[in-house]
Design a protein around this ligand. Structure first.
Ligand SMILES: [Zn+2]
Length: 440
């Protein structure tokens, strides 16, 4: 998840827009505690038996540097998770969307039921090789620290150990469970997105295991019901070159015009609750003694719906068309859309309601419904076809994503493994079709 860290609950999204990396907790909807059913003792016992093994798995994976551009590290991660899936009797494949690109790992389990479920998490992190030297794997009370431990190696661990928990109980009431671990989520899933979307459409439900905000931050654990789509906006200015010394006025300075348009559009999304734009990169000028004929800037764009993207583009075009500073220059606006927004909708909401009921089985604890984030997640691709019910943030509770003090809360391990295992059981029992209707 392209995250935003540090989220005082009272802060509105807008004031956090400038914050780098984080989960913007739009508003925390505290769900009323459900009438708790008793816990499934067999699953709970098996999940409890996993806790120390999960901690070992986290240590194994955190020890493997796997930044998005670390091909060797990603190959080691792929080897590790493929071995783990094979140990669960999954049939495994390596998927390579682009030649020479790192590989995704797909695992397929077949059972004797009807449910078709896909479980997703990503192997890549934002950290450069060698990060462990300054951000070591360590335990401190209820926290386990390590680069990528929450985002998203914790999610991989919950998937592996929820399947191990179900296997320990002999549960095989599903038609197919597909596990997909991708390699490029932190850089926008340009390689894996289409595969996630295509496979997602072939399943009844997709469970995505990005982290849940730590209880130390949000009070309770939660699941996510919305995430932004990502994109890039461009301003391209054409002017006229001239000698900066002898004939500057012959030129039409594209850099000056760009600076003018950047100022006028910097807060274009200020009053748009479902869109965000931040100019982040720019290029202009080839040599110091030449008036630059062209200049370009690019912006990080977040949109909570496709319509929000349309509105943002229209607003940008209208603003630029209002006027220019340097005569005879032209400014073109372009918006390139990347990862689609994730909107849980009624299907995802029904999944969240189930998850809330299951979590209440564990001493009546609550589960927050996090309405949305301006971070992006692969749940957007998984839900793109509109076919599967999709729920996000089923990974471990943690915080400090993309920062040196990234951690998970150890006391979230058993509940999260239990939740994932029980959710699959419930969906299979009631038939995935029910998950598509909002019957709680
Ligand atoms: Zn992530």
């Amino acid at each position: 998840m392209q995250h935003v860290v540090r989220a005082p609950r009272s802060q509105t999204l807008r004031s956090r827009a400038a914050a780098p990396l984080a989960v913007a907790l739009l508003a925390l909807a505290v769900a009323a505690p459900a009438q708790a059913a008793p816990a499934n003792e067999a699953v709970l016992r098996a999940a409890r038996a996993q806790e120390e093994v999960v901690i070992r798995s986290l240590g194994d994976m955190v020890a493997i540097d796997s930044g998005s551009d670390d091909a060797a590290g990603l190959r080691r991660m792929a080897d590790y998770v493929e071995r783990r899936l094979q140990a669960l009797d999954a049939r495994t494949e390596r998927l390579q969307p682009k030649a020479d690109a790192p590989e995704m790992v797909k695992g397929t389990l077949t059972g004797n039921g009807r449910l078709r479920a896909m479980l997703i998490a990503h192997m890549d992190t934002v950290y450069a090789p060698g990060i462990l030297a300054t951000a070591p794997y360590r335990r401190d009370g209820n926290r386990l620290f390590g680069p990528g431990i929450a985002d998203n190696k914790g999610g991989i661990a919950v998937i592996l150990h929820a399947l191990e928990t179900l296997r320990a109980t002999g549960w095989r009431d599903y038609a197919q469970i597909t596990v997909l671990f991708n390699h490029d989520e932190e850089i926008g899933s340009g390689g894996s997105g289409e595969t996630i979307a295509t496979l997602g459409a072939q399943h009844d439900v997709v469970l995505s295991f990005e982290p849940s905000p730590a209880k130390a931050v949000a009070g309770s654990e939660g699941v996510l019901l919305g995430a932004a789509g990502t994109g890039e906006a461009f301003l391209t200015v054409e002017g006229r070159a001239a000698h900066a010394g002898s004939a500057p006025t012959e030129g039409r300075n594209a850099l000056v015009e760009l600076a003018y348009q950047l100022q006028r559009t910097a807060d274009i999304a200020k009053d748009m609750p479902d869109a965000q734009l931040s100019w982040t990169t720019a290029q202009a000028g080839l040599t110091r003694n030449q008036i630059p004929a062209s200049a370009q800037a690019a912006a990080d764009v977040r949109i909570l719906s496709d319509a929000a993207g349309d509105r943002l583009l229209k607003a940008l075009e209208a603003k630029v068309a209002e006027g220019r500073l340097v005569p005879d220059t032209t400014t073109r606006v372009r918006l390139e859309r990347g990862r689609p927004p994730y909107v849980a909708g009624p299907k995802g909401q029904a999944l969240a309601e189930r998850a809330k009921k299951i979590y209440a089985e564990l001493d009546g604890r609550e589960l927050l419904f996090l309405p949305g984030t301006f971070g992006g997640t692969d749940a957007g691709y998984a839900a793109r076809s509109g076919k599967p019910a999709v729920l996000e943030s089923l990974g471990l509770a943690g915080w400090g994503y993309h920062a040196r003090n990234e951690y998970i809360e150890i006391d979230s391990i058993v509940p999260r493994v239990y939740l994932a295992a029980r959710l699959l059981q419930e969906l299979a029992r009631d038939g995935a079709a029910d998950a598509r209707t909002s019957r709680p």
